[in-house]
Every structure is written in C-alpha cells, then in structure tokens.
Design a protein around this ligand. Structure first.
Ligand code: NOJ
Length: 724
C-alpha cells in the first residue's frame, strides 16, 4: 500500500480531551460485544460507561478476521471521529500454524529460521486482523522454575538480543502498511525474568550493574532494531513496580535510550499498583504511570476515568496528552488504517493463508532445527527398516504439542508422535501404550506392565516424556522441575526392557533429567514443537533430519542448583571439576558439584564435527582496531549436518569480577559429508566492554581469551591483549 498521507495532526485538533484520552486506552474485545448483557457487567466493574467506550483506541483478545471486521465497523460508526481501532494480540510462536516456543527458537541458534517463522506468523495474523503483536519477549532468565522461561530465548543476553531483533525485523518488514506485516511490542521491561525464586510476578531485586549487563541488552537490541512499542513488566524492580518506576522508564528508557515508540502497560498493571501497596487511588496510579511515559493503559480504567481531571488540575498539560495520542494515531497511520481499517484482513484471506502445507513445512523444519540431541550412545538414528516400533509414555499419542501462548492454534492441528512415526514409516507396525500420566500429582503405576510388555516386543522404543504443557507459561511456576509423576520410574523400566530406546522430552523449560540421563541411551529435547511436532520427531529419530539445536538454558543436575547459568562471575574459590570437588573449601555443592547436566551451547548431531583450528589475525588490539577470529570445523562423517559455531570471550583481569565466559558470536553453518568450513568473527573493542563498579560502560586494557566449543566444554582457546 502507498504511504498514507492522512493528516493526523488535523484529526487531533478536532478531538476533545476525552477523545484523545480514549486513544490511550485498551480494553478486551469482549467489552465491545454486541449485546448489552455481554458488556454491562464488565464495564460496571471497570467503572466505565458505554459512552466512554466509543472513544477507546485499541483492543485485544479477539478471534479471527470475522470478529475484527465486525468490531471495527461497529466501532468506527460509533466513534464521532470514525477512528479505526488498533487490534493487538500475543502472536508469540505462530498464529494458526504454531512453531516451537521461543525457548526452542533460542535453541536453534538460527536467526534465519526465526525470520522465516516470524514472517509466516505475521502473514497469518495480519490476515486474521491483527495489527500489533505483543512480541518479542526478551526477558533474560536464569531460573527454570519460572513458567515464562518458555517465552524467552534463555540465559544469554547476546542470544536473546540477536533473536529478539530478528523477530522485530521479520514481523515488521520495511513498511508497516504492508498487509503482511505487524507492528511489534518488546516486553516485559524490565527484568521480569528475575522474579525471586522463579515465582511468577514476584519481586525483582537486582543491582544496576547486573541489570545493565545481563537484563537490559536484549530490550535495547529490539529498540535498535526498530520495535514499535514497549511493555513495562508487572514486577517491582528494586522496590518500585516498572509501570511507575521513574529510574527505569524515564532515565533509562527515555533519557538514555531515547525510546520514542508507544509504551503500553501490561494487563491491569496500573490497577495492580493497589495490590503492590503503592496506591489505592487510581487517579494517583494514572498520574504515576503517565508521568513515567506509559501511553496506553491496558485493561484498567485509571486513564479513562482520571487523566482528564489531572489535566484540568494542571498536573499534566494537554500538550502531553496530545503527544501520547499522536503517537497512537501515527501508528495507525503507519499501518495504513485510515485507508484500510482492516489492514488487508478478510475471512477468505485468513482461511487461505493459515495452516497451508507451505506453512506446515516451515513449522516442521523449525521444530527440527530447535530440537536438541542431549544424549546419544549410538542408538540414534534408528534404522528405518525396524519392523515394530513401540511409542510409549504419557505424551506418545497426545496432540497437546503447542505449548502456552499458542494464539489460534488448535490441538487438532497438531501431529502426535505416534502419528508422525506412522506417517514416516507406513509399513512398520507402530504400537503404543501410555504407561503413566503426566500430571504432577499422578502416581498411578497401573499402566507400567502393559508398557513394559509392549516395549519388549518392539525393535525400537520411542519414550515420550516431559511435563504437562499447561505447566509452563504465564502464572505456571513449578516448585520442582523434574519429569512429573512417575515418569522416571517408567523410563527406568522401559530402558531396561529394550536397549534400543530413545527418550523424547517435551517441556517449556530445562527439566532435571539426571535420572533419565543415567539410563536412557538417547534423549532428544523437543520443547513444545508446535503443529508439526510428531512429524519432526519421526524424521529426527529415523535420520531424515539431523539434530542441530543447542541448549539455550543450562539443564541442572538438581533443582538446588537453580539459578544456574554458564556466564556466572568468577568466584574466589572456583572448584568446578569433579576431581577438584573434594579438595578443600570451595564454592561448590556437596555431591553434585556446580556443573549442569547439559551446559549452555551443548547439543549433539549425527555428524561428527571436529574443531580443527582457532586462529587470531593478531594478538594485540587497540581501541580502534579489531581482531579477526577464524574457526575451522570439519565434518568427519558421511552425514550432512548443521553446527552452531560459538565464540566465547573471557576478560582475565578487570576492576569488577567478570563472567567466566560470555558468548560474543555464533553462526550456524551446514557442512556436507567430509566438508570443512572456516567461520570468521570480528572482535571489536566495544564487545569487550562491561559495567564497572560505578556503572560506566568501559573496557580495560589487559589479557582476554577467545574460545570455541560450548560453555563448559571449550575445545580451542587463544589469547590476546587489549592495549590502552
Ligand atoms: C499479560 C502478559 O504478561 C503479557 O505478556 C501479555 O502480552 C498481556 N497479558 C496481553 O495478553
């Protein structure tokens, strides 16, 4: 669509104060429902009249183009100025065709794949009437008990930054008026993932230095990538809820980063200032949030009921309201809504573009690219000539493969593992037994015998385990992150019955898989893989696809290790290896030690990748120069595969304690049989900077190392010196 020439300033000049404030309000679509009965109760609860509703500028929680078009038509008739509404939705990992959860995308280490998935989601969602998606979520996480780890790309700030920026660019494209594009909203600013003890919505207390070094970079990367909107987090950050946190919202976001996009509160976050014990006066709440630069209030009524009074009382100038309203109107203009209020959506288009075979193929490839082969003693890939396959376990025949935040995805659209294997091997005999349940409090062992007998009768066993998909996502923190119920017991019996067994794990977080690891010959982590999960699993297990994902968040050996992350600061007594554990006092757990079961960056392949050399083009660097690092990898096998070449940096001496390793680069490459490739990274002085004790972002002269491999298994290392 041609760029809009609509005059938003003229429109603004014709609007009353209340109408302008209406643009700063977002309510659920159900509140605009057609029958009075549908809306009266909820509106009363919010203290909002149906007259006020006519001015509201945006909505969320609707379903499909049909509803969007009807609502848009109705609203534009009722609004005196006929302003189209913005339709916003959480398009997190697909709209109708669901691809793996963001933690899985993190595991792919593949920004190109993320781009492909996001473009697909944008195409489907915009056909369904969505204008803005509340994505990407780039909350940095270290505690897998938190249910929302599934929405982020894990424990590395750089990985989160790359993946977040890739999503922003792919969803938005070059021009938001393009019918296939959505505006994006980065969230949840800030440090929502730092919730104490992994309990959702819990308080967050983190030093400024830590915030800046680990938690902030991904939000900033999304801003630099051109994200349109930003959502402050629910949590209090160092004592003040984000929505009212002046340091965060005014000093960091506006003054330092110069963010000029639209800020939207999270759902009822201004209302929740009451529960936080900050104020029970919603006029005060409106004042605090607006003062902090929150433009749109989602699902509470502080703005709609109090902002006008705050202007009349002189607390805010009308100009300030104008500026906020103008930002919203500008966004509508950028999306081309004044010319086409549906942004190209239609019922027919939605039906035509959603869940096509082309989109299913993208989703399947994504599920394959995100899968991590955690362990393989050689049983995988299974031979395709096996005659009888037993698919066992509580997740063997379930189509609940989507994971939380699956938008309009339906379970019925998801391929089960059982079905996937039948699709791939139509001539094999495929049998199944559940064995046990997946609920945390299900200790029923009555299905064990049948499952074991079936496993014994098969040539290969696929053991489908994990956590219930409803156990991750918003509000779903777990007190333990083990395989739920009696799955470990089942796994022990099955693996003893048939050595040719591979476990497939589905989860929204790293689970504690120590027991499984001790007896399963192979473990494939699938996360929540989406619509094509079962087909992807089958292809991976039988060698039609080669696993290439890497762990984006450490898998602990035991829950007590949480929070566990590879990039932790050096300690004064760093006893890390099993041999060293018993040598005196150390920063170490008795028995288990500190190391995770599977470290960040770990992931096996059916190819055999050999890291041959790591070369630096020079061994000293000045502030204006850069170093080229070349890493050569050889595929010493006949299997084509993809490898994530990772570059880690360690600053040996600095005025503040530095992490033992930091990822500063990665590239996913494909290597043919017996093929060799060299990947080159450029290291600049800016990549060596850190926050000193006074929070200055500096680099300090001295010695550094550059290594490749994965976090706890660095294969090649070279050092260089940074000069003043
Ligand atoms: C609450 C969640 O925290 C946020 O991520 C989401 O975008 C909004 N609800 C809207 O659904």
């Amino acid at each position: 669509m041609a760029k809009s020439s609509f005059d938003v300033n003229k429109l603004l000049s014709q609007m009353t104060l209340e109408e302008k404030i209406g643009q700063l309000v977002q309510f659920n679509a159900s509140l605009f429902g057609s029958s009075a009965a549908e809306i009266t109760g909820p509106l009363e609860k919010l203290g909002v009249s149906s007259e006020q509703l006519k001015n509201v500028g945006s909505t969320l929680n609707f379903k499909g183009a049909g509803e969007v078009i009807a609502l848009q038509d109705k609203h534009m008739k009722e609004d005196r100025n006929h302003i189209p509404m913005l339709f916003m939705m959480d398009v997190i990992h697909g709209y109708r065709t669901i691809y793996p959860i963001p933690l899985g995308l993190g595991a792919s280490f593949d920004p190109e794949l993320v781009k492909e998935c996001s473009e697909m989601a944008a195409k489907e969602a915009s056909a369904g009437g969505v204008h803005v998606t509340f994505t990407p979520m780039v909350d940095y996480v270290r505690d897998a008990r938190w249910g929302r780890v599934m929405e982020s790309c894990g424990e590395d700030p750089y990985l989160n930054s790359v993946m977040g920026a890739a999503q922003v660019k792919a969803f938005q494209g070059d021009d938001l008026s393009d019918d296939d594009r959505l505006a994006t909203c980065v969230k949840h600013f800030a440090a929502y993932g730092g919730a104490e003890a992994g309990r959702d919505y819990n308080t967050v207390e983190i030093s400024e230095r830590l915030l800046r070094e680990y938690y902030f970079p991904a939000y900033k990367a999304c801003i630099d990538a051109g994200v349109t909107m930003l959502m402050p987090s629910f949590n209090s950050l160092n004592g003040v809820p984000s929505i009212a946190n002046k340091w965060l919202m005014k000093k960091v976001l506006k003054e330092e980063w110069g963010f000029e996009g639209v800020v939207i509160s999270d759902y009822n976050a201004i209302g929740e200032l009451k529960k936080h014990g900050i104020t029970d006066d919603m006029k005060k709440g409106a004042e605090m949030a607006f003062d902090c630069g929150c433009d749109i209030e989602m699902m509470s009524s502080a703005y709609i009921n109090h902002l006008a009074d705050l202007v009349r009382e002189g607390r805010f100038s009308e100009k300030m309201i104008d500026n906020a309203a103008l930002k919203v109107l500008e966004l509508k203009k950028r999306l081309g809504l004044f010319e086409d209020p549906y942004h190209g959506a239609s019922v027919e288009k939605e039906a035509a573009v959603c869940l096509t075979s082309e989109h299913r193929a993208i989703s399947r490839r994504a599920a394959e690219g995100c899968a991590v082969l955690l362990k393989n003693n050689g049983v995988l890939p299974f031979s395709k000539s096996v005659k009888k396959i037993a698919v066992i376990g509580p997740l063997a025949t379930t189509n609940e493969m989507k994971g939380s935040w699956s938008c309009n995805g339906e379970n019925e659209d998801c391929i089960t593992v059982y079905q996937g294997i039948k699709n791939l091997l139509p001539n094999a005999e495929v049998v199944t037994a559940q064995g046990c349940g997946v609920e945390w409090d299900n200790f029923d062992r009555s299905g064990f015998d049948e499952a074991v007998e079936l496993a014994k009768s098969a040539d290969a066993v696929v053991l489908c385990l994990g956590e219930y998909q409803k156990y991750s996502g918003e509000g779903n923190s777990r007190i333990d992150i083990c395989l739920t119920g009696v799955q470990d017991e089942l796994a022990k019996l099955i693996t003893a019955a048939t050595p040719n067994t591979a476990a497939v794990v589905f989860s929204g977080r790293p689970l504690v898989l120590k027991a499984l690891d001790s007896h399963a010959p192979a473990i494939l982590e699938m996360w929540w893989p989406g619509s094509e999960g079962g087909n992807a699993v089958a292809r991976l297990l039988f060698g039609d696809a080669n696993p290439s994902g890497k762990v984006p968040m450490s898998f602990p050996k035991a829950l007590g290790q949480c929070p566990i992350y590879y990039n932790h600061p050096s300690t004064g007594r760093p006893k890390m290896t099993p041999e060293e554990v018993h040598q005196g006092y150390a920063s170490n757990y008795i028995g288990e030690g500190n190391l995770p079961l599977y470290p960040f960056g770990h992931g096996l392949s059916y190819s055999n990748f050999v890291y041959e050399t790591l070369e630096l083009d020079k061994t000293t660097m000045t502030k204006d120069s850069e170093i080229k690092v070349s890493i050569t990898v050889y595929n010493d096998s006949d299997v084509v595969g993809k490898e994530v070449v990772q570059l880690y940096m360690h600053d040996l001496w600095a005025s503040t304690v530095r992490p033992i390793q930091s990822l500063i680069g990665f590239e996913k490459i494909e290597l043919g049989a017996r093929e060799r490739k060299t990947v080159t990274f450029t290291v600049k002085e800016t990549m060596l900077r850190f926050y000193d004790a006074e929070c200055n972002f500096i680099s300090e002269a001295g010695e550094f190392t550059l290594s490749t491999g994965c976090a706890d298994n660095l294969l090649l290392t070279k050092s260089f010196t940074l000069e003043n």
